[in-house]
Design a protein. Sequence first.
Length: 334
Amino acid sequence: MSFCRQFVLRLRRMRVWWSPLLMVAAAASLPLAAQDFPSRPITLIVPFPPGGVADNVARPVAQALGKQLGQSVVIENKQGAGGGIGMAYVAKAKPDGYTLLLALSSISVIPEADRVLGRAPMFQLDQLLPVARFTADPVVLAVRADSPWKSFAEFVAYAKANPKKLNYGSSGNYGTMHVPMEMLTASAGISMTHVPFTGAAPAVTALLGGTLDAVASGPSTVVQHVKAGKLRVLANWGGERHPALPEVPTLRELGAAVEYAQWSGLFAPAGTPEPVLAALRKAARDAQDDPAFRQAFVTLQTPLAYLDAPAFRQYWDADARKMAEVVQRIGKVE
């Protein structure tokens, strides 16, 4: 018998002999990740200030995940750089499932925006893993109720007659309030002055206070002010009318070929063990059947649009490609 054949047979015998030991060793190497997760509280990073869309979504998500996982999920608001600081923090966190991210669709934009600005990206998209999408709301165009614009046509006509005179607020450059407005101004042939803030809540506060003329925001941050008679919504960026604002037409109805959804999703650092991801996915799926969780989104007037990780991955990849093209069109913004 040749030496090579003897060696192969020896290897086969060794595999038979050692495979149970290897299986035991492999099982022993994952006790915390697979068997005991979670064994302590989880931190959910929200990369925007309290009171905005991400924070509004994160509250019921944290409560539901905590209930399903049997551990508290603590929200930490880590704002700045249009959400980039908090997103980068999670992208570089230990991949053990104990530091998670509740992000908006601006996550698709920030690395490309950094490249357009000629600087190293704060994080790369492949540093984060999608776990679940919860919402996908169109943004809406909101102005003060005492403003002179009763319709979208009046707003556009004024903007065309007064270039750069109108200003609008956002949650930061290239964020989920900036990008849709830039898409709109390009489509409508108008120019406005952009005023970035650290999040949606401060921008809406500035609108209410008279500092701004308009915002493009998720419905959940403005609908209560609409009901209170303080704000008026002129249009939405969705493919259909929003159930919380059924009287508000879509931009496509109004002749502007623009759509944009401000979605929210749960992310974990790349490298998180598969058993941990499976536990997080199951908790997110099971939350959909929790009446308290569903009622929280009814109260927010934000419809659930749940996607599990595989479908969310496909959605996110397509969204990231589309948003990269928009950022390239916007170009360098200081």
